[in-house]
Structures are given as C-alpha cells and as structure tokens.
Design a protein around this ligand. Structure first.
Ligand code: C2E
Ligand code: MG
Ligand code: MG
Length: 591
C-alpha cells in the first residue's frame, strides 16, 4: 500500500505548486533501501545481525557504543530507518542513547529495537520508548527479520500520518486533522467550553513579495511558536489552516487583546524595516455551536477588521450574527430582485464648475435595491457582499444595460447626449467577455463609446496591477474613458499614477469633507489638483455638499463636482428635471 502511494507521490511531486509535500517526501524515503544502524560492542553480534538483515536488502551501518551510535544517527538523520540497540555497552549505554533520542525532536521518531539477553531490562526499555526486543543469541533469523519488518512498517505508517497531520513549517496541525480533532472535542467533551480564534496577517502576499518567501516563512514560524507557547498555558489545539491563516480552538477565556498584543509585539521585533499587522477574530463559546460554524464566524469577525490597524481584534457578536442573517437573505433574494424590478438605477449629476453657471456635464449610475420587505437598500449594504462572491457582475450588467438604454432615451427625448459613468468591480474587470459586452451595449443602443464612462476604484489598481492595466489600456484604446474612483483610499503612489491608463481622477470625499475648516486638507486638495493637471487628468471632486466647498474647489481649479450640493442620486424621472433645467439655462445663454 505504501509503495504505491510512494510511486504516485514521486510522480506527482513536481506538480504540487512547486513545493514538496512532507507526506510525499516520506513516501520517497520508503521506496529506497532502508538504512539500519546496528549498535553493539561485540563485533560478533554486529556481524551476525548485519548478515541476517542484509539478506532482506537492508543497508547496514554499525557502531560499537552509544557515543558512536549518536554520531551515526546525526550523520544519517534524514535517512536512518531504524536502530538495533544493545543496552550494555562501554562509553555510553543503550539507555542513555534512548534518553538522548527521546529528548530531540529531530530524531525521536526513529524506532529502536533493543538487543538484550536480560529480560528484566525489557520493561524499562519499553518505558523509554523501545519499539520491540530481540533476544540474544541471534539464532532465529526469520523471527528477527519479521520483527524488524513489522516495526518498520508500523513506524512508516505513523510517520506518514504524522507528516500529513502536521504543517511542515509551523508544526501545528494541518487543516483536516485540526477540524477532525476539534469536532471530536466538541462531540465527546461537551463540558469543555471552547472559543474559536482566527489569526491572519494583513497583506501577507505583499510581505512575501517585498521581503522574499524566506522572510515570510520566518514570520509564519514565529506565529506558530507563539501559538504553541500560548497553548502550553491553556488547553487547546491549533492549526495553520492555509498560507497566513491560523485557527486556535481553546478553553474559553478573556484577555484576547493581550494575547494579540503579545503576538504583535513578537512579530514587530523581527525586523525594524518591515511592518507586519496581525488581526484576530474570536467566536466566544456558545451552547451547541459546532466548530465548523464557529470558525466561519471567527473568520468573518477576523475579516471585518482587515486593514484596521487601530482595532485589529473583533469578537463575533449579536450584531454580526444579525448581519450574517441579513447577508444570507440578500443573497437568496438577489435572484428575484432583477426580474421583479426591485433593482433600480439612480443617477447623480456631475457638474462642470469652471463654467458660470456650472454646467451639467455627465452623471454616475448608482444601484438601489427596493426590497419588498426591507425597503430601500443602499449599495454599501450589499455591493461589498456581492463583490465577495462575484455575484456583483449580475448587478453591474443590469446597471450598464439600464444606463445605456437611458442615455439613448434621453438623447432621443432631449437631443442631449449625457454621458453616464458606470462602476466596474474587480469581477467585471477580469471577465474575459468584458470588452465584447461593453461594445455590444454601445452598439445596440446606437451610442458612441464616449457615452459610457467606466469607474474603476483605486484599490483595484493595486491588486493584480499588471492584468488590470492591460485590460484598462485596451478599453481606453477602444475609446472608453476611464475614471479612477475613490482616489486616495487605496495605496497608489504618485509615480504609479503617471503610468496608469486613466483619464479622470475622482478625488474621494474624505479629502473634501473638511476643506472649509482645515488648511491642511485644502492644501492636500490643491496638491492633488496640481499633480492631476501636470498629468493632464481631469478631476472630479466627490461628496461636495456646501457652497463654500464648491467655491474653494472652483478657485483651486477643480474641473468637475459630484455631490449633494447639486443633487443626491435620483431616479431617472427626477433626473429629467435637471436635464430640463440645464437645457433651459443653455437656451437662455444663447438668447
Ligand atoms: P462611488 O462609486 O464612489 O459613488 C459615490 C457615492 O457617494 C454614492 O453612494 C453617492 O450617493 C455618494 N455621494 C455622492 N455625493 C455625496 C455627498 O455629497 N455626500 C455624501 N455623504 N455622499 C455622497 P452610494 O450610491 O451609496 O454608493 C456607494 C458605493 O457603492 C459607490 O461609491 C460604489 O463604489 C458602489 N456602487 C454603487 N452602485 C454600484 C454599481 O452599480 N456597481 C458597483 N460595482 N458598485 C456600485
Ligand atoms: Mg463610482
Ligand atoms: Mg467614488
């Protein structure tokens, strides 16, 4: 059984994401001739045993006493399959060898068969971890061969299980074993009240990318060590579930803030040049909740504090539970939402403020969900949820279609072409049919590509940057205008900005909020405007609510403004009033 696994393993080894799998390395060892160390101070005994075992194709090395044996063991630490060990020897006895083996994790898996003429030593040898005995003199070769073979088989089975059971890097349990043991604890020890904890590293992929995988491994190993140190003081088990995600199932307690601080402190000391931020989600014990569910909840809590370096710990609570139920409901109800016309597109105008009076220049299409029971739901309550599982594409397609129809309808009704921006999510950008879908949309509605502008959030540019840049460049080449949405909330540096295929910067509303009272904020806005001008980018200021904000932005040279000052997002019928007002202003100006 093992041999088959071994051959398959070797063949498959290189396919496994370039990494060697511990269990497979073990199987590789199993198919090679096995190396056995025979330790006895009597040459005659060594010769006799070697002859018996070589018949069975074992490879034999010999040592005359415990001290020599220890040297051989460490010399062959990766290959040694078994030790046949005499007990009474000069320099170092067999018992001393076993004691040393037991104390060292690198070698304590090597099985030991004790060679003895004295049956009274058997119990002590067993207690010290001996796997079996062979009695001297060695006059029954078949029995010796059978015992050695059986112990080897047992030990290999155990090592295979142990390799699959433990994560090679941290020594913690691997995912499947962890959940199996957690479930058993839950099932057979209901009296133990267990908390579920998830620990994650923010932006771990960047840490790896910038500092190298070896450094990443050091971080993971350190966290593993810290978790083990924690579990030495309390009851529980832990796993590295995947990459940089750790799960702990431990006796219910308080003090998680301190625990996270301790871990964070240790990680901070690794390198003065790298900042590493840990976050933690905890699902405190609740009657009857099994670990599969509680770890989902702890993970959800942990994800809630992603990027929040001020509050990196989140305990799952009733609000989160209510939110989870709501999310489930929204996901279920989404199917009918589009067909039953619960989804509606609202439009918010963007005005060119360098004209006097400001001129209606375009609009942004924003989704609204008019739920029959829950009432009007705003995108903040469902867009991130749908982005998390790709379903946002359904909503986006709907919005794009509606917007394209609407532009075409207004063009016919008013003879006025109002370009409309639509939001693109990450799932859309990486959809291979994106370009074709957009082109069809434009063509089917008799529009020019300039009629639909595409808003892509800044944060999308920082992830998977290369692929995104290629797609956005292609869209621009086809004539679509690209607006970088929420500029200032992501992490793009100014030099990145100069290489980005964009036409418009949408300055996030957080920059605008305090420009009336804060000189620093106003200076920042001016700086962004200067850079944009230098890069020949238009700027839209988002979230403009007051006339003073408008005035300041106008003076600073901002081109376009979107915000409640002009209008909230409104349904198309209401938006028509803005178009009509605009047309009447234009008529007045002409006259
Ligand atoms: P966004 O694309 O940055 O849209 C601007 C948001 O700012 C809108 O929120 C708008 O109502 C709000 N806003 C505009 N002016 C003001 C103001 O003066 N003050 C304040 N406080 N807020 C203002 P909304 O409609 O709730 O949308 C939120 C976000 O949801 C959008 O941010 C966008 O990221 C996303 N979203 C909306 N519709 C869609 C859609 O169809 N598809 C996708 N993928 N995302 C969408
Ligand atoms: Mg937008
Ligand atoms: Mg925005």
């Amino acid at each position: 059984m093992c041999l088959n696994a071994g051959y398959n393993g070797i063949n498959n080894r290189r396919n496994l994401m370039g990494r060697e799998d511990t269990a497979l390395v073990m199987t590789d060892k199993i198919v090679r001739p096995k190396l056995v160390l025979v330790v006895d101070d009597q040459e005659l005994n060594r010769d006799a045993l070697s002859a018996i075992l070589e018949e069975e194709k074992y490879q034999i090395i010999e040592a005359q006493n415990g001290a020599e044996a220890m040297e051989e063991i460490y010399r062959h630490v990766d290959d040694l399959s078994m030790l046949l060990l005499d007990l009474n020897m000069p320099v170092m006895t067999g018992f001393e060898v076993m004691e040393k083996l037991r104390a060292d994790d690198r070698v304590n898996h090597i099985p030991v068969i004790v060679l003895t003429a004295d049956t009274s030593a058997e119990l002590k040898a067993l207690q010290m971890g001996a796997a079996d005995f062979i009695t001297k003199p060695f006059n029954m070769p078949e029995i010796i061969q059978t015992r050695v073979a059986r112990i080897l088989e047992l030990s290999e089975g155990r090592q295979l299980i142990s390799a699959a059971e433990h994560d090679r890097l941290t020594g913690l349990y691997t995912r499947n074993f962890f959940f199996e043991y957690a479930k058993r604890l839950f099932q057979y020890h209901p009296e133990m009240h267990m908390d579920s904890i998830v620990i994650n590293i923010d932006q771990f992929h960047s840490i790896n990318a910038v500092n190298g995988r070896d450094f990443g491994d050091v971080v993971l190993r350190l966290i593993g060590d810290e978790i083990r140190a924690f579990l030495a003081q309390t009851e529980g088990i832990a796993s590295r579930i995947e990459a940089d995600s750790f799960d702990i199932y431990c006796i219910s307690q308080t003090g998680y803030t301190n625990l996270l601080e301790t871990f964070q402190d240790k990680v901070n000391r690794l390198s003065p040049n790298v900042s590493i931020h840990l976050r933690m989600g905890v699902m405190p014990w609740r009657e009857g909740s099994d670990p599969v569910l509680t770890f989902d909840q702890a993970r959800a809590a942990c994800n809630m504090v992603r990027g929040d370096y001020q509050n990196p710990l989140m305990l799952y609570d009733d609000n989160m539970y209510a939110r989870e139920l709501l999310n489930q409901r929204l996901l279920n109800d989404l199917n009918n939402a589009a067909s039953e016309r619960q989804l509606q597109v609202f439009y918010q105008p963007k005005y060119d403020i360098q004209c006097d009076p400001p001129r209606l220049s375009s609009a942004e299409a924003l989704i609204r969900w008019n739920h029959p029971e829950l009432g009007m739901i705003f995108p903040g309550d469902f867009v991130p949820l749908l982005e998390g599982n790709g379903l946002i594409s359904i909503v986006d397609s709907f919005v794009w279609k509606e917007a394209a129809c609407q532009i075409s309808e207004w063009k016919k009704k008013y003879g006025f072409l109002l370009p409309v921006s639509v939001n693109l999510s990450r799932a859309d950008v990486f959809d291979p049919t994106l370009v074709d879908r957009l082109l069809c949309l434009v063509r089917d509605n008799g529009l020019d590509v300039g009629a639909i502008k595409l808003e892509v959030t800044e944060s999308a540019y920082t992830d998977k940057a290369k692929d995104l840049l290629d797609i956005v460049t292609r869209l621009r080449e086809l004539g679509f205008q690209i607006e970088m949405d929420d500029f200032g909330t992501g992490y793009s540096s100014l030099n990145m900005l100069s290489d980005m295929p964009i036409d418009v910067l949408k300055m996030d509303m957080k920059f605008i909020r305090n420009i009336e009272s804060s000189e620093t904020d106003m200076r920042l806005v001016k700086l962004i405007l200067d850079i944009a001008k230098y890069l020949s980018l238009q700027v839209v200021a988002e979230g403009v609510e007051t006339s003073r904000q408008l005035e300041l932005l106008k003076e600073a040279g901002c081109d376009l403004v979107q915000g409640y000052y002009f209008s909230r997002p409104v349904p198309p019928e209401e938006f028509e009033k803005l178009i009509e007002a605009e047309l009447s202003t234009q008529r007045e100006q002409r006259n």
